[in-house]
Design a protein. Structure first.
Length: 443
């Protein structure tokens, strides 16, 4: 990463420290660092400041109050610890330091290695997948709790449930939550709850503690029992910063046991408030519906008529319809009679005068006969003239005088001997008949 230089070529100390701060935080991820605690100071604000060193080097560290308050043990100078920290730069003094997120006593590396190994194994089997997580019931009829009867977490859960929904029945499945063999007993308690199937949701809880105290919830037996439980399971183990294998396998993870109790139980105050709102809406809706129905009743009451009055009105209406029917029949009859008379008049006026028509036909017949004879005479005379003219032009008449018509074999009339060759076939047509000839000589 390159830092852009200003126009003058020089940067201020603040700009330099800020750039180095960004470079360091980008270059180093969140990581674990091992070393010895030295120069530990607990400030009045609750923050811790100390030096982490080994045989060859040291680094300044800060662990702020909102992080160290979850530590259930107090570090001392000379302790070997491992811190999970962010590498950063304290800009006012230009010193790089570690901002510590979590701290553990050195020597727990094997536990964390086992934790990561089991987490990877179960994750590969799909036990952490979101698709297999079940929804929690909104209104459970009974809640089960798997924890120690002497645990402070149980009192927190019971107090929260009593505050939110005191009428909700609770079933306790007692089991040790730490110590040798506790994991198997926790798993058995979870299986017992699943076999009895008397609860709608199950809380698996324990108060905060060191990694050793919470380790029973990192055992595979507990994880398998939670995964196989037919009842939805909420894990509320340790504080918000504590994570166990049971948290990943459970259907829901709560940061604390109290939060787990809040997660599975409805809040009666909220329900009462919601019920009040719904009741008000229902009341207003019923009032509006009643007003609407009352208006409909008033409308129907205005339309309601006494049966006698209704019969009288129907009778008057029937009389009116009868009068209208009689008037319509009279008008229809008058119109029909008028159309009959009009049709008779038209028929009388349209009757033909047969005698006059016969006389006209005879007259027209005589005229047609005379005109036909005259037309025939004129046509006959014209035909005779045309025949005479045609006779003058008829080539057969020429042949009658001794001439003949000479044609080639292709039917072409020969008018010039120059177009013929010796040996050509000819057709000679006479006034009566025809013959074929061949050219023997020409001139």
């Amino acid at each position: 990463m390159s830092y852009p230089m200003p126009n003058g070529g020089a940067v201020s100390v603040s700009e330099l420290n800020r750039a180095v701060h960004q470079l360091i935080e980008q270059a180093f991820p969140l990581l674990w660092v091992a070393g010895e605690v030295s120069n530990l100071t607990r400030a009045a604000s609750g923050h811790w400041y100390f030096t982490l060193k080994d045989a060859g080097a040291q680094v300044r560290c800060a662990m702020f109050r909102h992080k160290n308050q979850y530590l259930d043990w107090t570090p001392e100078n000379g302790m070997q610890v491992e811190v999970r920290a962010v590498v950063t730069l304290y800009e006012p003094r230009g010193e790089y330091q570690l901002n510590v997120e979590a701290m553990r006593r050195a020597g727990f590396g094997a536990l964390f290695e086992a934790f990561e190994k089991l987490k990877a194994k179960l994750g590969a089997e799909g036990l952490f997948e979101a698709e297999r997580k079940r929804h929690l019931p909104a209104f459970p009829k009974r809640i089960g709790i798997v924890t120690s009867p002497d645990a402070a977490a149980l009192r927190d859960v019971l107090t929260t449930l009593a505050r939110r929904m005191p009428s909700l029945p609770i079933v306790l499945y007692p089991t040790p939550v730490q110590g040798d063999g506790a994991a198997l007993k926790i798993a058995q308690a979870v299986r017992t709850a699943g076999e009895r199937n008397e609860c709608d949701v199950l809380i698996l809880c324990r108060g905060g503690g060191s990694i050793e105290d919470l380790w029973q919830f990192n055992e595979e037996a507990v994880a398998r029992a939670v995964a196989e439980c037919p009842i939805p399971v909420v894990s509320g183990v340790g504080h918000e910063t504590d994570f166990t294998i049971a948290d990943f396998v459970a259907d829901r993870r709560a940061p604390t046991p109290t939060a787990a109790a809040e997660m599975v139980s409805p809040n009666r105050e909220e329900l009462a408030h919601r019920l009040g709102i719904l009741g008000g809406r229902l009341s207003r809706r019923m009032e509006a519906l009643l007003e609407q129905r009352m208006q409909q009743v008033d409308y129907l009451a205005r339309r309601l008529v006494h049966p006698g009055e209704r019969l009288q009105n129907q009778g008057m209406h029937l009389d009116h319809l009868g009068q209208r029917l009689g008037s319509a029949l009279a008008r229809t009859l008058d119109a029909s009679q008028w159309r009959y008379r009009q049709a008779g008049q038209r028929l009388a006026s349209a009757q033909p005068d047969l005698a006059r028509r016969q006389a006209e036909c005879l007259h027209l017949g005589r005229r047609l006969e005379g005109a036909t004879r005259e037309k025939l005479h004129r046509s006959e005379a014209a035909l005779q003239r045309l025949e005479a003219n045609l006779a003058h032009l008829n080539p057969m008449a020429v042949l009658e005088r001794g001439y003949s018509l000479v044609e080639t074999a292709e039917g072409k009339v020969v008018t010039d001997s120059g177009t013929l060759n010796k040996g050509d076939a000819l057709k000679l047509t006479f006034a009566k008949g025809w013959v074929e000839a061949r050219v023997e000589e020409k001139s």
